[in-house]
Design a protein around this ligand. Structure first.
Ligand code: WQD
Length: 339
């Protein structure tokens, strides 16, 4: 039976993509080394779809492990999420980020070719654009030097895929440049699972909303934006998950030695204060926050022009910012009961 291999599939975006794949009847095999995710994701996925994804515990950097997986399953497409992704951590551990993120990708490319698997969907990031000079961002927008080793691994990964295909590799690939994934499956039974103190805005907001954190630190309100706080293109994780399925379907009737790149955002930019105003609609008392200094490395504003994905992938995001904040809050509440 045709199988979709999801690397990093117990992680935040990987688990949500597995759910959407299973809802459409795809058979999913997850590879994960659980370095930044919880095995509980498997039962949470099953509680939503009723289907147990096949799980292979292991590291994509282990080429013999990966080769065995390709021998064991009849894989039709690979969706490659497995990577380290903490911007700040990457600054203090660059070698770990370069070796993990790049060796895993190169193993995937060589092993899929060896086993004549054609389709690769790769998880990239809008971080490759840095602070764009012109907004919204299209796929032709000039890339800027990455402001973290993490961001640089995404840029280099894109180059590795493109160079490999241009060398004549018999594969076809879609590179998806995510904007800011947030929120949780609308069932409220699965969502983001940051380890320790959240780096990202949304989980910090939901933990503050539940009193786990005293208050949200808003990193700067002196940006050149309407309310002075930084703007991002937040996208619901389920909308992002569905973009992977659209990308996989798009690849199926393409020749090999082919690749394409898509921005996956909503096209709407929201400031930190606008996100706070959104979640306040679902709280009995306003979210406590304090304006502090800017965070080093942050850009001021970015949002996507998603028209290429809309038109060519025939993909449209359906969830609003209020869906994003309310679903994230519902998941936080569920998580605290599920402890
Ligand atoms: C969003 C906004 C912060 C926390 C990063 C990576 C990106 C992707 C998503 C992996 C910014 C502000 C945040 C807080 C705040 N990761 N903020 N207080 O930095 O846009 O993107 O995560 O793929 O590649 O670069 O996301 O959620 O950290 O921040 O004010 O406690 O919220 O300054 O303006 P970011 P974020």
């Amino acid at each position: 039976m045709k199988t979709i291999l999801v690397t990093g599939g117990t992680g935040y975006i990987g688990s949500h993509t597995t759910i959407e794949l299973q809802k459409l009847g795809f058979n999913v095999v997850i590879i994960d080394n659980l370095s930044n995710s919880d095995i509980k994701s498997l039962e949470r996925i099953k509680s939503i779809t009723g289907i147990e994804a096949k799980f292979e515990y292991g590291d994509v950097c282990d080429k013999s492990f990966l080769d065995n997986i390709f021998q064991k399953y009849e894989i039709s497409s690979i969706i490659h999420f497995a990577a380290y992704k903490a911007v700040g951590e990457s600054v203090s551990k660059p070698i770990s980020y370069y070796s993990n993120n790049l060796i895993s990708l190169m193993n995937i490319l060589e092993t899929m070719t060896k086993h004549s698997v054609k389709n690769l969907i790769f998880s990239s990031s809008c971080t490759v654009y840095g602070q764009p000079d012109i907004l919204p961002v299209t796929e032709e927008t000039e890339l800027k030097p990455a402001n973290s080793p993490y961001g640089n691994t995404k840029k280099i990964s894109e180059d590795i895929i493109i160079d490999f295909i241009n060398s004549g590799a018999d594969i076809r690939a879609v590179i998806l440049r995510y904007f800011n994934p947030v929120g949780a499956d609308m069932s409220g039974k699965i969502g983001e699972l940051p380890q320790g103190i959240p780096n990202n805005l949304m989980p910090y907001i939901t933990q503050t909303a539940l009193g786990i954190r005293e208050k949200l630190m808003v990193f700067g309100n002196d940006y050149n934006t309407n309310d002075g706080t930084a703007i991002r293109d937040y996208i619901h994780v389920s909308d992002l998950a569905n973009a992977h399925i659209s990308a996989m379907n798009y690849l199926n009737d393409k020749p090999t030695k082919f690749y394409d790149i898509f921005n996956v955002g909503t096209g709407e930019g929201y400031s930190v204060m606008q996100v706070i105003n959104s979640i306040n609609k679902f709280l009995t008392s306003p979210l406590p926050y304090q304006i502090t200094e800017r965070r080093q490395g942050d850009i001021e504003k970015i949002w996507a022009d998603p028209s290429k994905a809309n038109e060519i992938l025939k993909w449209q995001p359906i969830y609003s910012i209020d869906d994003m904040t309310s679903s994230a809050l519902n998941w936080e509440k569920f998580l605290r009961q599920d402890k």
